[in-house]
Design a protein around this ligand. Structure first.
Ligand code: SF4
Length: 275
């Protein structure tokens, strides 16, 4: 893990690149906005970037465009010549999983390291003051990290407020709790159901990968995607039995802000994808 710096120390550095990775998720976007609005001299220096795995939701691109407009600066898109299918082949068709995160290494960390090269770099990370995680960014010793939300004491609710006041909460949060690839194995069962409803074509693609290239493994351990979605539908019916009456007057933005949780300990190593 990169060594840590304070904002004050980072500001003084000379001959150093300043970078901020936008994942498409709420925290990194809020961080970029927070820096633009509160630390304009750092914002001036920052290179914003987005590592595109080629398996992103279209809502993420819409959100990036909006964010770019607000920031008034380009968000560099780091694209790859080869997509997920290529990496799956060179990993002998073993699907990535929480224990075998080759996808993050190949599709997120390596492109990031190619972008920063061996330059001295300060990276700004959107981990919040109410989170207990460090997150894996890179082992390169030319990279130092700054955690402005931790330093300035911003918590989850502050992040929602920043977004509500500026570019809005990314639309996919209505049915999904994080950014990242459409087939991400960190998805919850009801999020797979959300994918099926919102992007049936991508759901079918994920099923095809599972069936044809998965070597007998599945995205969710021990269940096919059809089984996962069937179970999620059952649970939805069970829940709707007793929540029917008080539903729907609450805006989805408020529902996720006040009712949902997104700090699953399983996500500890996932910040580069979903922060
Ligand atoms: S979003 Fe999920 S599938 Fe995509 S690179 Fe990250 S961990 Fe892997």
């Amino acid at each position: 893990m990169a060594s840590k710096l304070t904002l004050k120390q980072a500001k003084k550095l000379k001959n150093t690149r300043h970078v901020l990775g936008i994942s498409g998720g709420k925290d990194s976007a809020a961080l970029a906005i927070y820096i633009r609005d509160n630390y304009p001299e750092i914002h001036e220096k920052i290179e914003y970037f987005f590592t595109d795995t080629g398996a992103e939701l279209e809502e993420v691109y819409d959100f990036l465009d909006r964010l770019e407009g607000y920031l008034g600066k380009k968000i560099e898109r780091l694209t790859q010549e080869r997509g997920f299918e290529h990496f799956l082949t060179i990993h002998n068709n073993f699907l990535p999983s929480p224990r075998q995160r080759w996808c993050t290494l190949m599709m997120k960390i390596k492109p990031f390291e190619a972008f920063v090269k061996d330059d001295p770099v300060v990276t700004y990370v959107g981990i919040r003051a109410d989170e207990n995680r460090e997150g894996y960014i890179s082992h390169k010793d030319t990279i130092q990290a700054v955690f402005p939300f931790i330093e300035d004491g911003l918590v989850r609710d502050d992040i929602f407020q920043i977004l509500e006041d500026t570019v809005g909460i990314p639309a996919y949060y209505e049915w999904r709790s994080r950014s990242g690839c459409y087939f991400c194995f960190f998805q919850r069962q009801d999020e797979w159901l959300g994918l099926k409803r919102m992007h049936p074509d991508l759901f079918e693609k994920a099923k095809k990968i599972e069936k044809e290239a998965g070597q007998g493994y599945t995205w969710v351990q021990g269940k096919t995607l059809d089984e996962v979605v069937a179970r999620a539908e059952e649970r939805e019916k069970e829940r709707s039995g007793y929540t029917n009456n008080k539903q729907s007057i609450i805006r989805w933005q408020d529902k996720i802000r006040y009712e949902a949780e997104d700090d699953d300990p399983e996500d500890q190593a996932c910040i580069i994808c979903s922060l």
